[in-house]
Write a protein that binds this ligand. Structure first.
Ligand SMILES: Cc1cc2nc3c(=O)[nH]c(=O)nc-3n(C[C@H](O)[C@H](O)[C@H](O)COP(=O)(O)OP(=O)(O)OC[C@H]3O[C@@H](n4cnc5c(N)ncnc54)[C@H](O)[C@@H]3O)c2cc1C
Length: 473
């Protein structure tokens, strides 16, 4: 390594993905100098976000990326098509107010965001630069080291934003613990979009041996993502094509063709991750570095953009008090994140679970959505990140369970139905627990924000200066 150079900026953002780009734009907009450092993961090879809900499109426009969004070669998406295998029925869940989402290939979506943000006044982009250590972090500022073109650099900043993805090396460097569960393996293939039953919808193929997602990503091309048990390979699907039997026949043939032709299909793991906290000292986590879940709700990128906006709002409001701003950011995002992660987990269980309880829950979901237009639109609002209150999610879950219980009530012809009731009722536990703990947490945050502590400012290009605590002054 060459000689170390020392930089001094207001904000260092690590990671130039959706979260890093959106946060760089949001903070530069506040007049802060931003150094955006990205290691340069190859997005052309990644299996990652491609479907953006209307809320995500709106958030991106709100952050000044309207020109990028307009220039994307994106496909319109009008909502979800949930295709049940047994009974064979499809429920269409449109976005509210006739809104439209967008979908496009991951690299085509993300790289223009990075190019656009690099042109913003106040933003300096360093590509192929990897953060290797956080040398210092306390309430007065941070100092970190990164390697770029064979030279080791040191940078000091008032604020460090870790936007380095779900494996987040920076989160580990900061010593922040996380709740982590590896759920399954995702296999991604491209197929002819004409084989999708509803080519302008995101598809969920529910209740077969393998949960499957599909949506268009460019004219004539759709992405199919098959959820495989942990540790599986694409070879397993080639050897056991019967696992695809519940997919529509045209789609099944296309998946088989793609499996035969694509020697290196994209694969990745599906993880649940929730950081124990999202800020420490002068460092804060955004996007997947802070939390991520199974991608079946397609909410990851929308959540990244909401994080950027929440951090911007918090800093705008408490610019003179960085710890308070970071606490405000944490408490603004956490309830919505808990709902998002709990929703994805409950929905995944309901869609992919193979026991009698989950089969009954799927029947309940189908019955609820077919018979309650209000229920269908409330569920879609949750899926599309338009609604994030835990109590609404819990209410909707209980409605689905109620419909499922009606469907399995014992009769002379079906006395075994009750066997499903026990796992079904047991499944209600986690959403109820989450609802209670989120409410407790909100109350705790409210209290904590009112306790006095030292105040450190985030002044443009200025060093930190301790002041008296607000509450004790
Ligand atoms: C299979 C799958 C499908 C998905 N589908 C959808 C979907 O349809 N819709 C949706 O909204 N979301 C979806 N998601 C989620 C979405 O992809 C993520 O939420 C989103 O990409 C997170 O963005 P990010 O910026 O937080 O992290 P990332 O996109 O992971 O970016 C992290 C960046 O950090 C950089 N980096 C890492 N380490 C360092 C370091 N040490 N120094 C410097 N830079 C570093 C990397 O180079 C990278 O550019 C999906 C996820 C998966 C796994």
């Amino acid at each position: 390594m060459g000689v170390a150079c020392v930089h001094d900026v207001d904000v260092v953002i690590v990671g130039g993905g959706p979260a890093g780009c959106a946060t760089a734009a949001a903070l530069a907009d506040l007049g802060l100098s931003v150094l955006l450092v990205d290691a340069g993961v190859d997005r052309h090879k990644q299996l990652s976000g491609e479907l953006l809900h209307p809320a995500g499109v709106r958030a991106l426009r709100g952050l000044g990326f309207g020109d990028v969004v307009d220039a994307w070669p994106a496909q319109p998406v009008h909502g979800f098509a949930v295709v049940f295998s047994s009974p064979a029925r499809t429920v269409l869940l449109p976005y509210g107010h006739g809104d439209t989402g967008l979908s496009l290939e991951h690299a085509t979506l993300t790289l223009p965001l990075l190019e656009a943000v690099a042109r913003r006044p106040g933003v300096t982009l360093l590509t192929r630069a990897r953060v290797t250590a956080v040398e210092h972090n306390d309430a007065s500022g941070v100092r970190l080291r990164f390697a770029h073109e064979g030279v080791e650099h040191t940078v000091s900043a008032r604020l460090l934003v870790a936007a380095d993805g779900r494996a987040s090396p920076v989160r580990r460097m900061l010593g922040i613990a996380e709740h982590f569960t590896r759920i399954s393996t995702m296999l991604g293939l491209t197929v002819d979009s004409a084989c999708l039953p509803y080519p302008d919808h995101g598809h969920q193929f529910v209740g077969g041996p393998l949960h499957t997602l599909a949506y268009p990503i460019q004219a004539g091309v759709a992405r199919v993502m098959v959820d495989l048990p942990l540790g599986s390979t694409a070879g397993m699907l080639k050897e056991r094509p019967e696992l695809l039997r519940t997919l529509p026949s045209a789609l099944r043939s296309e998946v088989r063709r793609a499996l035969a032709e694509d020697r290196t299909p994209r694969m990745t793991s599906n993880d649940d991750r929730l950081s124990a906290r999202v800020h420490v000292g002068s460092a804060v986590l955004v996007g997947d570095a802070a939390s991520c879940c199974h991608p079946l709700t397609g909410s990851g990128m929308t959540s990244c953009f909401h994080d950027a906006r929440a951090l911007q709002d918090a800093l705008r409001l408490h610019r003179e008090d960085l710890p308070l701003a970071l606490e405000r950011y944490a408490s603004a995002r956490r309830p919505a994140q808990r709902t998002r992660v709990a929703l994805a987990s409950a929905l995944y269980e309901a869609c992919a679970g193979q026991d009698e309880g989950m089969r009954a829950l799927r029947q309940g979901m189908l019955h609820y959505w077919e018979h309650s237009p209000r229920g269908a639109s409330a569920s879609m609002a949750l899926l599309a990140s338009e609604e994030s209150r835990m109590r609404v999610m819990t209410r909707e879950y209980l409605c689905v369970v109620g419909h499922a219980l009606v469907g399995i009530r014992p009769s002379r012809r079906q006395p075994v139905g009750l066997r499903a009731a026990v796992p079904l009722l047991r499944s209600v536990g986690p959403p109820l627990r989450d609802a209670v703990s989120t409410t407790m947490e909100q109350m705790g945050n409210w209290w904590h924000c009112r306790v006095g502590r030292p105040v450190y400012t985030l002044a443009c290009s200025g060093r930190a200066s301790p002041k008296r605590a607000l509450a004790s002054s």
